[in-house]
Design a protein around this ligand. Sequence first.
Ligand SMILES: Cc1cc2nc3c(=O)[nH]c(=O)nc-3n(C[C@H](O)[C@H](O)[C@H](O)COP(=O)(O)O)c2cc1C
Length: 134
Amino acid sequence: MVALSNEIKEIFTRTKVMPMATASKSGIPNVAPMASILLVGDDTVWIMDNYMKKTLENLKENPVVALYFYDAESKRCFQLKGSTEIRTSGPEYEQFRDRVKTKSDKYPAKSLIIVKITDVFECTPGKEAGKKVL
Ligand SMILES: Cc1cc2nc3c(=O)[nH]c(=O)nc-3n(C[C@H](O)[C@H](O)[C@H](O)COP(=O)(O)O)c2cc1C
């Protein structure tokens, strides 16, 4: 089981926008910026589907995701990979929908993407680049 360190969690939480990569079942890649992102505990990320199109289609047929986050201050960079579940109801969906709508009621908050983190890699340039850290 993966458990992010406090250092990685701090860098994740400081990041405002993350590229979210998915792929269709036939392997066509897609990447899109996401900001409605919340780290939950040590191994879970919630992402709100406000305006997803290809991303959501891909997750329905191939439920895996990759994200990266880069901290300009420390120059550290990490890649996460995970498996996903899509929720359009239930307490977790409702909790995140309310949080997103508190930021702005313009967000449709259509579905919650729950990412269980399976792998973490370093993407900081240098000798540790590409190393699997979790
Ligand atoms: C800075 C920024 C943050 C964004 N955050 C989100 C988000 O949290 N959730 C979402 O559904 N769309 C978000 N979007 C919009 C999606 O990136 C956009 O709808 C994109 O087309 C989705 O990719 P897709 O059509 O390939 O699924 C954001 C866009 C930008 C520029």
